[in-house]
Design a protein around this ligand. Structure first.
Ligand code: 13P
Ligand code: ZN
Length: 267
């Protein structure tokens, strides 16, 4: 099968289009990665070429040794993704020691956030079936990073109380990292530390980095976070006293009803 006929490629195209409709992908904002399953690799490997150079990864990822990662190419304008779409994605093969990658299909260079994606996918596979990451720049979540205290607890609680279903969609909460230069190793390290505990990490002044079992579920998590952030921003923007909220007990009850346990942060 050709890669452009595969489910994962077409799923990525669809969700990128939805993200654009949400206004989350100005210019080249955002990137996606997916650790391919063996059967996915086998089904499209006729399209691979093993001629390009190995490139070293700034932080070795032994957990990802020999894996094939489907990702967006750096600088890709998602709003124009349909135009020459094959050049806006890459498949990277990770070397046997996890210290380098080579592009075996697609555009010339993977996302500048590759290291963060690889390190996070490596952590996620140790504790979950999540093998997809979706990164976007949604305005309300970013706006919250200007006004809330800079910690996981404040963000998790603010989002949980803003939309009823957040208590089970992300019962573990969300991680929050401070400002880092986009594409930097520091951002990659901080994100991969938070992802050991949370399925999504909010990047201060930048965006959301969400994981899932599929690209669609990673997108769904980012969407739930952004919707709750939008409600929180709207409530704050009224300037009115907040008379009502979803109490912690109600959040716990909601999570329990659906088989989850609300993370209890220590003060
Ligand atoms: P890339 O075009 O390199 O993927 O960068 C976009 C981005 O959002 C960086 O955080
Ligand atoms: Zn970004």
């Amino acid at each position: 099968m050709k890669i452009i006929e595969s489910n994962f490629y077409n799923e990525a195209l669809r969700f990128i289009r939805y993200g654009c409709e949400m206004g989350w992908h100005e210019r080249n904002a955002g990137n996606i990665s997916l650790r391919l399953l063996k059967e996915e690799v086998d089904s499209v490997s006729e399209d691979f070429a093993f001629e390009r150079e190995w490139v070293s990864i700034s932080y070795p990822v032994p957990e990802m040794a020999n894996e094939f990662i489907f990702t967006t190419a750096t600088g890709s304008y998602f709003i124009d993704i349909q135009n020459c779409a094959e050049t806006k994605f890459c498949i990277c093969q990770i070397s046997g020691d996890g210290g380098s990658y080579r592009v075996v299909w697609g555009g010339t260079k993977p996302t500048s956030e590759l290291c963060g994606h690889l390190m996070s996918l490596g952590q996620l596979r140790k504790r979950s079936a999540n093998r997809a990451v979706y990164h976007c720049h949604p305005a309300n979540t970013v706006a919250l990073t200007y006004v809330l205290p800079k910690d996981d607890k404040s963000f998790s609680e603010a989002l949980w109380e803003s939309e009823t279903e957040c208590a089970f969609v992300f019962s573990e909460g969300v991680g929050l990292v401070p400002f880092f230069v986009p594409g930097s190793l520091d951002l990659a390290i901080a994100t991969s530390e938070k992802i050991q505990k949370y399925n999504a990490v909010i990047w201060s002044f930048h965006g959301v980095f969400a994981s899932g079992e599929t690209i669609g579920s990673a997108f769904g998590l980012a969407h739930a976070i952004e919707k709750a952030a939008e409600i929180k921003i709207k409530v704050l923007s009224t300037g009115l006293p907040v008379l009502n909220t979803i109490s912690t007990e109600e959040q716990k009850k909601t999570a329990n009803t659906y088989g989850y346990k609300l993370n209890e942060f220590k003060d």
